[in-house]
Design a protein around this ligand. Structure first.
Ligand code: NAD
Length: 493
């Protein structure tokens, strides 16, 4: 059985306490691996190693961007050589269908390649100014922030790490990485790849363990200059408080309750399929999931009937057999989702399909939940207000465009949203009104390394991916040169 340890200062090591815990395969509840349970002392060791690597040995930080970029390309090639293994690990660890895990690994590899290229691109600005003291030439340089703490959730175990590690490393930072305890296997394998590739000692550190201790210790550590976090809004708020001590730079990618607004003039089959991708991909454990369908009243009956037919036909099973949906990540997550389903029924929503655990055949001991649709929902219902993070969608209706926009924005979240219509002018008008960072017209969920990702409102602060995603991990320094040296005459009157 795999024993997962911390990777600190170029060494695999047990936690200081020497404790381990089991990790589980959510498809059948069996033990998958042993994982080190770390604490504050382990974070101290990892941060000290990262600090030495950044401020003393400086090998990674001082590597010219051409060489550092090539190094990262080499990491990506090594990941590519392990593509099937990495995808297998995410599938058995997290429960996502293998084909989805393969797509995630491909995206993670592309993310490293993208930032390997971007770090070589021109950046910064040059300004010629006349500021009153005389002529000045001003320009900006981008510098790494220093020691960065990166904390990720379990829903895209490898990919969420890649979105942070690739830009943080491309920028020349040293990192301390903490993945979710639910899914650590692909992260451990990635750090083995870092080791095989010869990453300088202390530039990359992995600490495994609970968020309340390890995550919090990273977020509050005085020698960590930046913390970037992907996870729930409640923990994001706690990270903001912990990070206040030394005024860390922070990046927060938090929860969502995203609207999928569908007008009657759209293509029925297309809208149904994208709505399915919006809510049932990755078992609905997607931050940007289109979990609130907001549909024009005249289109409602045809749409719901077809969506229910398609949802009932979804195949559920062992992720390695490539069903449409695998299990939820853990028994705890399954119970949380089933609890929301009970609440929806109690609060008067109409259950159209699903609504229960799935235990057929080999799924008897796994954490499977049937795709679930609730109709007749209103904005005050808990299932409409709170992020469920499972295969559960709510349906509300509207009569006017204004009503659709009001319903879409009636949420404390602002991560994503979509609009379906064949009227392009209306599509552009409505999408501009939706208060969310990632939006789609006539599709749902496609994501690119090139475009910025992040939320409005309680869905977060900052952006990942794209040029913005690199700049998050950089300090920007302004350098001003006096072009007319000599006496200024300031004190002569
Ligand atoms: P979570 O907030 O429970 O945990 C996320 C990470 O934070 C884990 O590594 C966890 O161990 C750690 N953590 C927990 N308590 C902590 C604390 N007090 N201090 C520091 N770290 C702590 O979230 P989860 O259940 O792993 O993931 C699901 C959530 O992630 C959902 O809300 C989802 O919307 C969100 N998410 C957001 C995005 C995005 O891009 N906005 C992407 C994926 C997931």
């Amino acid at each position: 059985m795999k024993v997962c340890k911390n990777y600190i200062d170029g060494q695999w090591m047990e936690s200081v306490s020497g404790q381990y815990t089991d990790t589980y395969n959510p498809a059948n509840g069996t033990v998958l691996a042993k994982m080190a349970v770390s604490g504050e002392e382990d974070v101290d060791l990892a941060v000290a190693a990262a600090k030495r690597s950044f401020y003393e040995t400086r090998e990674w930080r001082d590597m010219d961007s051409q060489t550092r970029g090539d190094f990262i390309l080499n990491l990506a090639d090594r990941m590519d050589a392990c593509r099937d293994e990495l995808a297998y690990l995410d599938a058995v660890d997290m429960g996502k269908p293998l084909r989805e895990a393969e797509g995630d690994v491909d995206d993670a590899i592309h993310c490293f390649r993208y930032y390997a290229g971007l770090i070589k691109a021109p950046y910064g600005g040059v300004y010629d100014v006349n500021e009153g003291f005389g002529k000045m030439h001003s320009y900006t340089v981008h510098e790494p922030v220093g020691v960065c703490g990166l904390i990720t959730p379990w829903n895209y175990p490898l990919l969420m790490g890649a979105w942070k590690m690739a830009p943080a490393l491309a920028a020349g930072n040293s990192i301390v990485f903490k993945p979710s305890s639910n899914c650590v296997l692909s992260s451990v394998r990635l750090f083995e790849i870092f080791e095989e590739a010869g990453m300088p000692k202390g530039s990359v550190n992995l600490v495994l363990g609970p968020g309340s201790t390890v995550g919090n210790a990273i977020a509050s550590h005085p020698d960590v200059s930046m913390v970037t976090f992907t996870g729930s809004t409640a923990v994001g708020q706690s990270i903001m408080r912990s990070a206040a001590g030394n005024v860390k730079k922070i990046g927060l990618e938090l929860g969502g309750k995203s609207p999928n607004v569908i007008f009657a003039d759209t293509d029925l089959e297309g809208a149904v399929e994208w709505a399915m991708i919006g809510i049932f991909l990755n078992q609905g454990e997607v931050c940007s999931a289109g979990s609130r369908i907001i549909i024009e009243e005249s289109f409602h009956d045809a749409f719901v009937e077809r969506l229910a037919q398609r949802a009932n036909a979804i195949t559920i099973g062992d992720p390695l057999e490539n069903p449409d949906m695998g299990p939820l990540v853990s028994e705890e997550q399954m119970n949380k989702v089933l609890g929301y389903i009970r609440k929806g029924i109690d609060e008067g929503a109409k259950l159209v399909c699903g609504g229960e655990r799935y235990t057929e055949g080999a799924c008897a001991n796994g954490y499977f939940v049937r795709p679930t649709i609730f109709d007749g929902c209103t904005s005050d219902m808990t299932i409409v207000r709170e992020e469920i993070f499972g295969p559960v969608v709510t349906i509300q209706t509207f009569r006017t465009e204004e009503e659709a926009i009001a319903l879409a924005n009636d949420t404390e979240y602002g991560l994503a949203g979509a609009v379906f219509t064949s009227d392009l002018t209306r599509a552009m008008r409505v999408i501009r009104e939706i208060r969310a960072g990632i939006t789609w017209i006539n599709c749902y969920n496609p994501t690119f390394n090139e475009a910025p990702w992040g939320g409005y409102k309680k869905s977060g602060i900052g952006r990942e991916l794209g040029i913005h995603g690199l700049e998050e991990y950089q300090e920007i320094k302004q350098i001003n040169i006096n072009l007319t040296p000599g006496v200024v005459g300031w004190y002569e009157h």
